[in-house]
Design a protein. Sequence first.
Lengths: 107, 323
Amino acid sequence: MSAKVTSQATFEQDVLQADGPVLVDFWAEWCGPCRMVAPVLDQIQAENPDKITIVKLNVDENPELAMKYQITSIPAMKVFQGGEVKTTIIGAKPKPALEQDLAAFIG
Amino acid sequence: MRKVIIIGSGPAGFTSAIYAARANLEPLLIASSVEVGGELMNTTDVENYPGFPDGIQGPELMAKFQAQAEKFGTEVVYDDVTSLSLDGPVKSVTLGSGAVHEAQAVIYATGSAYRKLGIEGEERLSGYGVSWCATCDGFFFREKTIAVVGGGDSAMEEATFLTRFASKVYVIHRKDTLRASKIMQERAFANEKIEFIWHSEVAEITGGDAVNGVILRSTTDGTSRELALDGVFVAIGNDPRTHLVHDKLALTAEGTIQVDGRSSRTSVPGVFAAGDVIDPTYRQAITAAGSGTVAALDAEHYLADFDDASVEVPAAEAAAVIA
């Protein structure tokens, strides 16, 4: 199961108005570590389909949102709940480390 | 049990895999979970790798290395090594998933990791204006003022690359001469957006939620001054990644894994090392690839002797020797 793609147009509905926690993966084509962490996020999504929703946001195509959430380093993964950022993870990390960072949501 | 396990997926790891696979050693290569391809994955144009006169993108070059290794039968596993047992004739490698793989020989090619400044503000503001990856993060500094810390090739490359986005790029260096190659220096000197701040080191990175500047300290008279910045890119070099083996293999004074002369033989028989993890000096993709070749050939030689020994020595005696 692959992470769904979100954008400026659907962000409100996909992320801010969502019921459960939503992890937004801020990424870009030209970012090597982003490409590395993408399959790990896919795995985490596949293993926790009911606990968390993972969506991808391309910062190249959605610079306003990248600026709004003050992204200066990618991959940046922000978990939103009730429209607010609850957790920020910066940088590609191995799966066990990401799972630990996300324990409050998928534990 | 495998014949050989290769740990690392940069130029050294994949080149040793190409040679080992072509020698029918059926290598297993542990590529890491999120750093597959190594340091070149964070670069853009690679202009000094022979065979690519028009240059090649770092990630594309590494994809080619991997494709060539896999073509000859290398099995690649995307996981991280958590522990190693290297003594004796059977080596074992434990992965993050809990899987344990055994082999007669191990090629250790884990490369190096970005060196940190080790100063106030660096960790806290990492990802909030402090970066180690210009290609990843330069995009977010459009029309901003930033600094690159360092004086080597990677610092010049990052500074030049970052002028695509930033309005101003300072290069902060402790001396007034650069370690960088002539061509990289000249490119940086010619760039109007780049200004050099010589004889200076960063004493502290400042800012609340995000970087707002640095405190510079003069390396000549020790005086300090503030410099307002939106971002700091750290490019002061790399340290060999030896944390899994520092108590198992002999290291050099520089912290690299010690090898025997021009070979890749470490202090433990059957364990070979290649690439940046043994190289405190050159650290190029091509030297790492050459070093990977040496390791594969040394491992092949070792395994041939290993096979001869097991043929010649009767089973009972072999057991006694191993015990």
